[in-house]
Design a protein. Structure first.
Length: 407
């Protein structure tokens, strides 16, 4: 039966046992001839500390392979460059959807008589391997007796290697990832990564190296969460007479909405959606439009325009159009009770009627306000997203009312 050893959260910061020590010992252990690792984030520091051990491991014919994530600027160009130089094969995994973050961490050593895997919270960073409060489990398999159990663990690796969103890294792919600002540069200050350091407005985004393979989106989000007042009082640490029911109005991650772009690039959103989640839209708007004709009334306008990236897919979920750094003119037409955004007309012409727009709030590190993805009717991703559209809007064009929902 496989043997388990647990790493407890306080082991690393207080020096009881560190994952780095196990990796170093395993690289020197002549029983292992293959090392595979998967890490969501990677920095140069831990690799620089063990490069001599890696060289000796490979000099005796052993191999090292790695799969790294590149989400949230968590992996540096320095780490990937060093891995390319010192490992036998290096891969990267990424998915274009803002809902999917590559987040696994596991380290596998294999030999003829013994295999071990560590699965836990530890990224390939100095903190992850040495000083952070991390937790995980190391499992040892005696081979060939426990080969069947080892194969189950090895599936964590083999399924990733076979997936279309895993690509083999080489210098050309590394340069492309740098050009697309997917990698952290450890040699520069993070100040340059703040919002506002973006490309030209309305520029064509470079084609992604990674396909939009179909994913299952998150389950629809309830409009709000209410906690009955008696539960609030029961949890209070001080007298709480007269406490009202608590309403948790956390801002959703994304709006999912059917859209019908007009010829001039105008797209109607939903005032009903704005009423439900005003903070998602930055509502109420503090700016005003400038009327084209003197005497006409101005309308509330979001100021400054939110910065957005747009990705339009076809019925096979293949990317057909992308634009980055679009300043999204957003206006509330009070008389008609309409919220309109304006996108470039050439982008609108690529969007079939009643396509689903997924308008996702993104982290400040991305230098954007929203990532906008559009999927046409009958596409695989449209079919996955449509159940999230749980709210009907007033009918505004021919056909049934448009729908929207929250994720």
């Amino acid at each position: 039966m496989p043997r388990l050893i647990y790493q407890k959260p306080l082991d690393q910061p207080f020096g009881t046992e560190r994952l780095a020590d196990w990796i170093i010992a395993s690289l020197a252990d002549g029983r292992f001839d293959r090392f595979r690792l998967v890490s969501a984030f990677a920095k140069e520091g831990p690799l620089a500390r063990i490069v001599s051990k890696i060289n000796r491991f490979r000099e005796r014919g052993a191999t090292i392979e790695a799969i790294f994530g590149i989400d949230q600027l968590g992996t540096s160009v320095q780490a990937l460059t060093l891995a390319l130089a010192e490992f036998d094969r290096v891969y990267v995994w990424h998915h274009p959807s803002p809902f999917t973050t590559f987040h696994p961490k596991f380290y596998m050593f294999q030999g003829e008589d013994l295999a071990e895997v560590y699965i836990g919270s530890n990224n390939l960073t100095v903190g992850g391997l040495e000083s952070n409060c991390e937790a995980g489990v190391r499992i040892s398999y005696g081979l060939p007796v426990e080969a069947a159990e080892w194969e189950l663990a090895l599936a964590c690796w083999s399924e990733l290697i076979a997936h279309p969103n895993t690509i083999r890294l080489d210098l050309k792919a590394l340069a492309t990832l740098q050009e697309q600002k997917k990698l952290l540069d450890e040699s520069v200050s993070t100040t340059g990564l703040l919002r506002g350091d973006i490309g030209g407005v309305g520029t064509q985004r470079p084609v992604s190296l990674f396909p939009y393979s179909r994913i299952t989106p998150p389950t629809p989000r309830p409009r709000r969460i209410e906690i009955p007042s008696e539960k609030v009082r029961a949890r209070a640490t001080a007298p709480a007479a007269g406490v009202a029911a608590a309403v948790l109005q956390n801002v959703p991650k994304a709006l999912v909405i059917q859209i019908v772009p007009h010829h001039n690039g105008e797209v109607f959103l939903s005032k009903l959606a704005v009423n439900q989640q005003p903070l998602f839209f930055g509502f109420p708007f503090t700016g005003q439009t400038i009327p084209k004709k003197s005497g006409n009334r101005p309308y509330p306008q979001r100021t400054p325009d939110p910065v957005t990236n747009w990705f339009v897919y076809d019925r096979q979920d293949r990317l057909v159009k992308s634009l980055e750094s679009i300043a999204l003119n957003t206006v509330y037409y009070e008389l008609k009770g309409e919220i309109r955004i304006t996108i470039p007309p050439e982008l609108g012409r690529q969007i079939p009627r009643r396509s689903i727009l997924v308008m996702t709030r993104v982290s400040p590190e991305s230098r954007l306000d929203y990532q906008c993805e559009v999927f046409p009717p009958r596409s695989p991703q449209y079919r996955s997203l449509y159940p999230a559209c749980t709210e009907k809007m007033p009918a505004g064009d021919s056909g049934p009312p448009r729908k929207f929902g929250w994720l």
